[in-house]
Design a protein around this ligand. Structure first.
Ligand code: ARG
Ligand code: ZN
Length: 480
């Protein structure tokens, strides 16, 4: 066997996860007196997520009217208390009508613009199963939280897709990647409209009064921000990939001829891109795949689990395979292995960015190293790219070029030091050992050091945890 296999076998899975967990303090803010903390403990976003419980399943039963952007429904959250709880929070910005906890009516109150404080009729004890049912309604496009609105209104519908905040606008949650869960998302819309979400389409059925219910199921753990909803008039392209997994691509029927052409030429590559990425990163972690292209210039694309959303911006003048490579690389790096805290965003964007450079290499458009060097040379020492630490960019710079570009350069630098065989072994071991969970940058550094047998602290410090342009010589040009 190879070095990586030997190391993993020697450590054993249990020992490995123990070591991986070491050095990263459990984040949940401590709470006392039976009050669940209003945040899960993320230094960038102290009030995101909550303390005192974990959710394992979301069951959303929603009704959406595209005509007036009215959303109403019931969310049923199943989980467990992790401490004695007389009170706990959900993250939510729409109007709550009624709440039950374990079948009994609970008191609820709004705190700030995206926090819902619940007082169950009977306190929950540590480890107790909890079923929280929230009935609610609202017009999501009119709702502002933290000074912005995230719900996107299209000509004939809406799209819920954003990062790191989107769930507040359409369902109550423990809104942080640390608390992942499976989802059942049922959305009733006027017949003739389509409602697209994550995972498998379990069916569509008439729901009375000229409406149709769309039933989606995502069985693998999913971070709250990766739940997507798109309602409008969509063409659904359905097929199966080489391994028999359902592929569902949804293209807005309102796309111009050119947009439709470029979008289909790009997102239509999804199955083959995932096949290629599987050869690099290990087995695709999910049961279904696809994409959603609304007729909307969102200004970004998002790696919604199994079904990324692509803003029209990417398909204005030509097809773009790179954005498809990027969003689907996130299925491994971001979706299956999610950030521990949002400060770990390099593990998402640096990796998805580097996947694009690998694709360039794959299609003969220039090696990843040549792309890295060109990118390095294109950013002079005074470029803002060098003033942000990709390993701790701050909430404001979470999606800055430093995280993407300099972050991808960091992986090229790692590859140059450890060699191809070990480098790709590290990527696969990372995806495998943290599958369906979370990972932090210190854990990745630990794994890379174990598998390469090298002290990589200087490399990580240079690329991730310092400002200033590193010397060009840090790229170790392969000999010969
Ligand atoms: N994770 C997304 C990507 O694949 C970035 C989303 C940024 N969000 C935003 N609203 N701009 O690059
Ligand atoms: Zn990305």
């Amino acid at each position: 066997g190879n070095r990586i296999g030997r190391v993993l076998t020697a450590l054993g899975a249990a020992a490995l996860s123990t070591v991986l967990a070491a050095g990263v303090a459990p984040a949940a803010a401590t709470a006392s007196g039976g009050v669940g903390a209003p945040g899960i403990g993320d230094p960038y976003y102290p009030d995101y997520g909550n303390g005192g419980y974990r959710i394992s399943h979301y069951d959303l039963d929603l009704d959406y009217r595209p005509g007036n952007d009215h959303l109403a429904g019931t969310a049923t959250l199943t989980g467990r208390a992790t401490q004695y709880l007389t009170r706990f929070d959900l993250d939510f910005a729409l109007t709550t009508d009624a709440v039950t906890v374990n079948g009994r009516p609970a008191r609820f109150a709004r705190s700030g613009d995206h926090e819902l404080v619940l007082t169950p009729a009977r306190p929950l004890h540590t480890g107790q199963r909890m079923v929280v049912r929230v009935r609610y309604h609202g017009v999501p496009s009119t709702v502002t939280a933290e000074g912005f609105t995230s719900w996107m209104r299209t000509a004939d519908g809406a799209v819920a897709a954003n990062e790191p905040e989107i769930s507040w606008w359409w369902y109550p949650s423990n809104d942080h990647p640390l608390d992942k869960a499976s989802y059942a998302i049922d959305v009733t819309v006027p017949t003739g409209y389509q409602a697209i979400s994550n995972g498998i389409l379990a069916g569509t059925q008439p729901a009375g009064n000229g409406t149709t219910r769309w039933r989606w199921r995502e069985s693998r753990p999913m971070a709250t921000y990766l739940a997507v909803l798109a309602v409008g008039h969509y063409d659904l392209d359905t097929s199966t990939d080489a391994r028999g997994r359902p592929v569902i691509e949804a293209y807005d029927q309102g796309l111009s001829k050119d947009h439709a052409l470029y979008a289909r030429a790009s997102v239509g590559l999804t199955a083959s891109v995932i096949d290629w990425e599987s050869s690099l990163f290990g087995p695709y972690p999910f049961e279904s795949l696809g994409g959603i292209v609304p007729n909307y210039e969102a200004g970004f694309a998002l790696e919604d689990q199994t079904r990324p959303m692509y803003g029209l911006d990417f398909f204005e003048t030509s097809f773009d395979p790179y954005v498809v490579v990027h969003e689907n690389a996130h299925q491994w790096f971001g979706d299956s292995v999610s950030v521990h805290h949002w400060s770990d965003i390099w593990l998402n964007e640096g990796f998805a960015g580097y996947a694009e450079w690998l694709y360039s290499e794959h299609v003969g458009a220039g090696s990843a190293l040549s792309v890295a060097l060109a990118d390095y040379d294109a950013h002079p020492a005074d470029d803002p790219l060098w003033s942000v630490e990709p390993g701790d960019p701050g909430a404001k710079h979470q999606f800055s070029d430093a995280v993407y570009d300099r972050g991808a350069m960091a992986l090229q630098a790692l590859r140059d030091v450890v060699g191809d065989r070990t480098f790709f072994g590290i990527l696969r071991a990372w995806a495998a050992t943290h599958r369906y969970g979370n990972g932090s940058i210190p854990q990745f550094e630990w794994l890379a050091e174990r598998l390469s047998g090298r002290d990589l602290s200087q490399l990580f410090d240079t690329w991730l945890f310092s400002t200033g342009k590193p010397p060009r010589s840090v790229f170790h040009l392969p000999a010969g």
